[in-house]
Design a protein around this ligand. Structure first.
Ligand code: DC
Length: 219
């Protein structure tokens, strides 16, 4: 029997990473941040100046990546902070439009589905990667709240940021993610849509944990 999955999708800076990590830790489950995989591919594409879809997809299929808590390693080099850079985020949303790249990452993402269960966050967790997920959440927040959250996140990490530029970039990225031909950012028909604009992290995580219990999930 396959391990259960909680899929949490949503736009940039909707808080899905923080929430997903919290839910995974409360349930003692594994956690997959799929956006980090796209960011890693973007980092490689930027560093190696790869432009062609096929060469980027080849790099995505072959990249040597491992996650250790909050630390992310690429070819044994720690890149946790590098991939949070806004340039990398922008390139990530460009490489994420490429069908060959998405295909190259598909099985890698599914491999994280291990007992006792997985909480996975991204854009297409509920629609493409884990369409049979036991619980599907689509997490949103207003554009203003999301820009503020991303700003705070970057400043806390010591990365320089500008709120107006961030809002503009977020809007552009949302449009690209939502309008692309493959795996666009949309809620699955069976997703629960949750607006976190006026809710604390704890409140959102608690709602998800309640939903999980109500369908008979463990924890
Ligand atoms: O969640 P994030 O902002 O770190 O994601 C970076 C980019 O990767 C984002 O622009 C969209 C893309 N992405 C995707 O297309 N599919 C996913 N499952 C996760 C991220």
């Amino acid at each position: 029997m396959k391990a259960p999955v909680i899929a949490i999708d949503g736009p940039s800076a909707s808080g899905k990473g923080t929430i997903a990590k919290r839910v995974a830790s409360a349930l003692g489950c594994h956690y997959l941040e799929s956006g980090a995989l796209y960011r890693l591919v973007a980092l490689i594409a930027l560093r190696q100046e790869l432009m062609e879809e096929t060469s980027i997809a080849t790099a995505a299929a072959g990249m040597d990546v491992y996650f250790q808590g909050d630390e992310i390693f690429l070819e044994d080099q720690e890149v946790s902070l590098h991939i949070r850079n806004e340039d990398v985020g922008k390139r990530a949303s460009e490489v994420a439009r490429m069908p060959e790249v998405r295909k190259a990452l598909l099985e890698r993402q599914r491999a994280y589905r291990q007992p006792p269960g997985l909480v996975a966050d991204g854009r297409d967790m509920a629609t493409v990667v884990f369409p049979d997920a036991e619980l599907k959440i689509f997490l949103t927040a207003s554009p203003e709240v999301r820009a503020q959250r991303r700003y705070k996140q970057l400043i806390e990490k010591g990365i320089a940021a500008n709120l107006a530029a961030l809002s503009r970039d977020l809007a552009e990225r949302d449009a690209r993610d939502a309008n692309r031909a493959v795996a666009p950012l949309v809620p699955a028909p069976d997703s629960q849509v949750l607006d976190s604009s006026a809710l604390s992290v704890e409140a959102v995580a608690d709602r998800i944990l309640e939903s999980w219990k109500s369908i008979g999930g463990h924890g």
